[in-house]
Ligand binder design. Structure first.
Ligand code: OFO
Length: 163
C-alpha cells in the first residue's frame, strides 16, 4: 500500500533530522579530535556512521512504500567544547530531541492508521531508548571521574574500544 502524503512528509523530515544528528556527531568527533581524548572522538565518529544508517533506512523505507524521497535542508552545528563531558551533554540533548521527532512520527502513523509505518518506527523508538541511555551512562561516568586524569584515561580507552 502506497504511503500517505502526511507520512511521506514526516519521514522525509526525519531523514533530515538523522543527517542533522550525524553532522552533530561528526562535529563533536572533530572537536574531541583536537583534544587528547582520541577514544571519545572515535565513539562520536562511530555514532555519526550509525546516524547515517538511520537516515538511509528511512530513505529505503519511503521508496519501498512507493513514496518520494525529498532531501531537505538541515542545520549543522559546529561545536567548540573543552571537555568530553560537555560533548556528551550535547549528544544527550540531541538524542532527547530526536526521540521527540520519532514519537511525533509514530503518533502520526497511529492517526493515519498506517500499520507498516508503526512497525517500522518501533525500531527507532527502541533505538532512541538505547542511545539516550548510552549518553546518560557516559555522562554519569564522566561526572564521577571529575578531573581525575587516571579515570578519564580509562573511560577514554573504553570509548575507544567501541565497535
Ligand atoms: Fe538516529 O538515533 Fe540518535 O539521534
Amino acid at each position: 500500500m502506497k504511503i500517505t502524503k502526511p507520512i511521506e512528509d514526516i519521514l522525509n523530515k526525519q531523514i533530515a533530522y538523522e543527517f542533522e544528528a550525524a553532522y552533530a556527531y561528526l562535529s563533536l568527533a572533530a572537536a574531541l579530535g583536537s583534544t587528547p581524548y582520541a577514544g571519545f572522538a572515535h565513539w562520536m565518529r562511530l555514532q555519526y556512521e550509525e546516524e547515517l544508517e538511520h537516515a538511509m533506512k528511512l530513505f529505503d523505507y519511503i521508496q519501498e512504500r512507493q513514496g518520494c524521497v525529498k532531501l531537505l535542508k538541515f542545520e549543522y552545528p559546529t561545536y567548540t567544547i573543552k571537555t568530553p563531558l560537555e560533548a556528551f551533554k550535547i549528544a544527550y540533548d540531541l538524542e532527547v530531541e530526536n526521540t521527540q521527532h520519532i514519537h511525533d512520527a509514530y503518533a502520526l502513523s497511529l492517526k493515519e492508521n498506517d500499520l507498516p509505518s508503526q512497525v517500522f518506527l518501533q525500531w527507532y523508538i527502541t533505538e532512541q531508548v538505547e542511545e539516550e541511555d548510552n549518553c546518560q551512562k557516559m555522562i554519569e561516568a564522566l561526572e564521577l571521574a571529575g578531573t581525575s586524569l587516571g579515570a578519564l584515561f580509562t573511560l577514554d580507552r573504553q570509548a575507544g574500544s567501541r565497535k
